[in-house]
Each structure stands twice: as C-alpha cells, then as structure tokens.
Design a binder for this molecule. Structure first.
Ligand SMILES: *Cc1c(COP(=O)(O)O)cnc(C)c1O
Length: 459
C-alpha cells in the first residue's frame, strides 16, 4: 500500500487534496507530512519516523491507536448490517444500545440522545432544538444564543457562527443571525489584576450584562466548552461555571455544554461539566465517543427539553442520513465499554492527570514559560518574552510556530495556538510515557530559547 515515496505522495496530495484550515499554496510548496500508521500513542510517517502524538490525532484518539476491540466491532457490524437509517420509523441494535449506554454514563438529567455525524452537525442540531423548544414553550421570541469569543463549536454555518473565531466569521458572511458573543474567561489576558477566583465571577458576570442588554425574554441559550480547546486550552477559574449556571437559572436560559473535547474522560470525569461543576440542559459530543476510529457525533438531550419535544413537539423536521449509523454506533459501544473495563477515567483522575499536573508545575521554572496549567489530560504552556512583566513576544515572530517546528523535528506532536503550546495526549498514556513526553517538551523549549537568544528576541 505504501508503494509510493514521500515525494510522490506529496505531489499527488498537492495536486488534488484541499486540506481543512490550510493555506493551500503554502502547503503545496512545503509538502504535507504523510502519516502511514500508528500504534498506542505513537505515529509513523512515510519516512519511517516515530512521533509521539500528544494531540490524540485531533483531540479524539482517547483509547490510543490499534485497539482491536474497536476494529473487530466495526468489521463485525459491517458484515452483519453496514447501514440502515433511522428515518423510516426503524432502528438498528447498535444505535439503540448506544443510546442506552450513553444515558448511563452521562449525568442523570440525560436519558435521550439525538445522533449526528460530527461535532459541527451536533451543534447545528443544538441550534434547531433550542429554538424549537422555545417555540413549543410559547416563547418564540427567545431565539438568541449567547456564545463566547475564541470558542470553537465546529465549521458548519451554525457551528462556525456559534464559535467565536474572527478568522472564520470573516469568510462566508458569518455569524448567522441570532448568535452573539461575550468575552472568554481568559485570566492571563483579561484578569491578571485579580485573583483567578475573583476573575471567574467577573467573567461570568459578562453573561448577565449581555442578557440584560438583549432582554432575557429574547435569550434562548448559552453555549460553552467546559475548557476551550481549539482556542488554546483556556481553563476557566473554578468559580466561573457555577456562576454561569446561577445566571442561566435566574433567567430561565438553557445551558449547553459542548463536550466534544472534554467528554469521555479527558478532564478526569466522564464529562467536563462534572469536573467544572454545572448541570447542562444539552450536551454536544463527538471525537472521544468513538476515539476517532469512525465519525460520530450527537447531542444529549436533558429531561427538561426531551419532555417538551416528546410530549408536545409533533414531528421534529431535522436529521441526518447517518444519524445512528450502525457501524459508528458499534464502534462507540466498543470504545465506551473499553473505557469502562480499563477504568480509563479513573486512570486520568487518580494517576496520570495528577502526575501531568506535577510535571507541568515544574515547567514554570523554564525561562520561556509564563504560565503552565493542566486539567486532566489537557495542558497548556504559554511562551512569554519577559516572565517578570508577563510581556508577550510580538505576534509577527510567531514563537508558537517556532516551537512547534522544533517539536515536529524532535518527534513530538504539540500544537501552537498563538504562543500557547497545547497538548491533549491519549488517555491511555502511562507515567513513563509522560516522562518521555516531558523530556521532548523540555528539549523543544530549550531549542526555542536558543533561537530567541540567537536572534535577540528576548527582553
Ligand atoms: C472539534 C470540535 C467541534 C467540531 O467537531 P467536528 O467533528 O470537527 O465537526 C465542536 N466543538 C468542539 C468543542 C470541538 O473541539
């Protein structure tokens, strides 16, 4: 299968494949890195290099690569029944069993699920469902959904609109009407004059300010990621989410938790809302539900909404061909059972999560590191020009990309969001593998520091 050389793969790739979130011309000039196989937490590229994947693919391969139980589940289901839909008053056993299992592992208010093919589609469903709910409640005026700057909720029209990425809004006439954004709870940028806990209350207060500005009778829902992932692993102060919950309750506004990254153990609990202390009405999931082995997403529907949709809703005019795809559901079942049997959530909560936190605390001593934080198996370090003042590097230096370049060359996948270097390794990672990852991270930081000295970039 790998009959072609790296150069041949790159040429064919550049000639035909338009990659997501990519400057096509610039990539064609450099050539893609071609990943050919993987096992556990390690990737292999077409030149035979071994790379430690500290991003779990794209925040999704939580059980690691090469899990036979998932492969077997897919093969078995493909032979038995590769596809049937759920439109024609029909269902398949894997979809039913997965719906049942999801209601067991999610918080108690969730007994129903609506399946989609991805996280973006799940958030499209959220928009449709939230507005349908308020129509059925006789309050059609409640249509505005409040989200946050620098949030990521996917890349469909509704997903990108809910997200707060200015670069995405600048292309394609977004956001769609009825979606507004408040500032994110990013302490380092917006709250360093306060304690983190004080800042959490202030940042949550921005939601109340906006509700009062719009008029609570027009606000349908608030949506947020427990921890913003693609935005750069922005871990909110512990006071933030409970205060958001209080404000939503006060005005009767629906609370939506986008658990696409935080769900299925990433934060050391099954769902991020459990770690961060709130009780959502809707929960979007994708990525970790199948550990990325096949695409699947969906929305957990809380009792408050499910009751209205079921008892008073009539037909809900929404769905996808692949809602409840039997192969995807079979893989998700195998994945969740594996997480349960191997006690992977407890492994994150009690063992590798605290261990990673210890290691990251030590990174704060490094001359380039202005801040280092973790939650479960999500972690971030911030590259700064001057630790004593907290001054950042000028953005045109793109220090994050300088550091990321060293990571690639040293055999580590770490992602840069501006100058925030982020990781979210597979949940199966061991302490010994964390040690290996930390020594790679330190080496890349040292190489980046050497560049900064050479070029006179430091304060
Ligand atoms: C990745 C992501 C999405 C979008 O999921 P896709 O499967 O790429 O459509 C939505 N929300 C969050 C928080 C994500 O990280």
């Amino acid at each position: 299968m790998n009959a072609r050389t790296t150069l041949e793969w790159q040429a064919a790739d550049a000639a035909h494949f338009l990659h997501p979130f990519t400057d096509f011309q610039s990539l064609a000039r450099k050539g893609s890195r071609i990943i050919t196989k993987a096992d556990n937490i390690y990737l292999t590229d077409s030149d035979g290099n071994r790379i430690l994947d500290a991003m779990s693919g794209l925040w999704c391969v939580n059980v690691g690569y090469g899990q036979e139980a998932l492969v077997e589940a897919a093969a078995r289901q493909m032979r038995e029944l590769p596809f049937y839909n759920a439109f024609f008053q029909t269902a398949t056993p894997p979809a039913i069993e997965l719906a049942e299992l999801l209601s067991e592992v999610t918080p108690p208010q969730f007994k129903h699920v609506f399946f989609s093919g991805s996280g973006s589609e799940g958030n499209d469903t959220v928009v449709r469902m939230v507005r349908r709910y308020w129509d059925l409640m006789g309050q059609p005026g409640r249509s505005v959904i409040i989200s946050r700057v620098n949030a990521y909720h996917g890349s469909t029209m509704a997903g990108a609109s809910l997200g707060g990425m200015s670069g995405m809004h600048a292309q394609g006439g977004l956001p769609i009407p009825g979606i507004v954004h408040i500032q994110q709870p990013y302490w380092y940028e917006h709250g360093r004059s306060m304690s983190r806990d004080e800042f959490g209350i202030v940042a949550a207060g921005w939601l109340e300010d906006r509700i009062l500005e719009i008029g609570a009778e027009k606000v349908a829902a608030f949506i947020g990621e427990p921890i913003q992932g693609a935005g750069g692993v922005i871990i909110p102060p512990a006071t933030y989410w409970p205060e958001i919950q209080r404000i939503c309750d006060k005005y009767g506004i629906l609370l939506v938790s986008d658990e696409v990254i935080c769900g299925f153990g990433r934060t050391g609990q099954w769902f991020g809302c459990e770690t961060l202390g709130y009780r959502p009405d809707l929960m979007t999931f994708a990525k970790g539900v199948t550990s990325g082995y096949v695409p699947l997403g969906g929305v957990m529907v809380g009792d408050r909404i499910a009751k209205v949709l079921i008892e008073h809703g009539g037909e809900f005019n929404h769905g996808y061909t692949y809602s409840g795809h039997p192969v995807a559901c079979a893989v998700a079942l195998a994945n969740i059972r594996l997480i349960q049997e191997t006690r992977l959530v407890e492994h994150v909560r009690d063992d590798v999560g605290p261990y990673l936190a210890e290691q990251y605390a030590k990174l704060r001593e490094h001359p380039l590191v202005g801040d280092a934080e973790t939650c479960g198996l999500m972690a971030v370090l911030l590259l700064v020009k001057d630790k004593s003042t907290g001054a950042m590097f000028p953005s045109e230096l793109d220090m994050g990309m300088v550091c990321r370049g060293h990571c690639f060359r040293e055999g580590l996948i770490m992602r840069a969001v501006g100058d925030r270097m982020i990781i979210a390794p597979p949940l199966v990672i061991t302490r010994a593998q964390i040690d290996e990852m930390m020594s790679l991270i330190r080496r890349c930081l040292d190489l980046t520091l050497a560049d900064a000295h050479t070029h006179g970039w430091l304060a």
